[in-house]
Design a protein around this ligand. Structure first.
Ligand SMILES: Nc1ncnc2c1ncn2[C@@H]1O[C@H](COP(=O)(O)OP(=O)(O)OP(=O)(O)O)[C@@H](O)[C@H]1O
Ligand SMILES: [Mg+2]
Length: 242
């Protein structure tokens, strides 16, 4: 009987979870049994999907908001901490620009929002900006740029970490500009940077293009200022004092 159940599950593209665990389900009516087994399958699939989305996003590290301090972060009045934690800006296709010094929690926050978005069944892509530009350049050389942009278009949230840490050449700047333009009002971007807008022109080559890029990014953005001192330094100094 168990084998037949497993066979039917396979044909119906249901998980092995059902044939392996149905005997553990406690229920006093048929309806209760059926409901529990269906709920288990839904939960099992949701968990698998979340895991797959997190893997596909290619986060640099795995961080959540557990233990994250908002103390030294200046948040615009229109945005609440709860909305940040719930990645609510995705609904309106808005962007976040996380600006501040090294080690102040920008990548941590971007990642935690990304993980929350995956938990909400959304597709996320995490890139270090220099690596993204390399990938775009390579895709252009290999004549697969269209396919690369298609992949990007499937994401609801694109995280560009370490934006402006490495200067770009003209082509790299153009490719990144195209990406920002493609995202404009269609999907959300999170940018983490320690470069103020007035200095962007130094890494993006072309003044007019930089202005056009800032214009698109800023239009539907929230700017968060990370004003603390570096966690890395603070914590390594504290460790030394112990
Ligand atoms: N507000 C915070 N609450 C809890 N942990 C934090 C916070 N800010 C930073 N950290 C921790 O400090 C370390 C550095 O943070 P993070 O990688 O986010 O820095 P960053 O702002 O992205 O720096 P960089 O500009 O050098 O990339 C991480 O391990 C992170 O978890
Ligand atoms: Mg970082």
């Amino acid at each position: 009987m168990k084998e037949q159940i497993a066979f039917c599950c396979k044909r119906l593209k249901l998980s092995k979870n059902i044939s392996e665990h149905y005997q553990d389900i406690k229920a006093s009516t048929y309806e209760e049994f059926l409901l529990k087994i269906l709920q288990d399958e839904v939960a099992y699939r949701d968990a698998n999907r979340r895991e797959r989305l997190i893997k596909q996003a290619k986060f640099f590290y795995h961080k959540t908001f557990d233990g994250f301090s908002f103390e030294d972060i200046r948040i615009p009045s229109k945005l609440s901490i709860e909305e940040i934690k719930a990645a609510a800006f995705l609904e309106e296709k808005r962007n976040l620009i996380l600006y501040g010094n090294v080690g102040t929690g920008k990548t941590h926050m971007a990642t935690a929002i990304g993980i929350e978005a995956c938990n909400q069944n959304r597709t996320v892509l995490f890139f270090r900006t220099a690596a993204l530009v390399n990938q775009l350049n390579q895709a252009r050389k290999d004549d697969v740029l269209g396919a690369f942009y298609e992949k990007i278009k499937k994401a609801e949230l694109i995280i560009c970490d370490e934006w402006g840490y490495v200067p770009l050449d003209r082509e790299g700047s153009q490719l990144l500009f195209q990406l920002v333009s493609d995202c404009y009002e269609k999907r959300s971007l999170i940018i983490t940077t320690n470069l103020e807008f007035s200095n962007w022109v130094n890494i993006f080559y072309d003044e007019q293009m930089t202005a056009a890029m800032i214009d698109r990014l800023v239009h539907h953005s929230y700017l968060l200022l990370f004003e603390g001192e570096s966690y890395r330094i603070k914590h390594s100094l504290m460790k030394g004092a112990e």
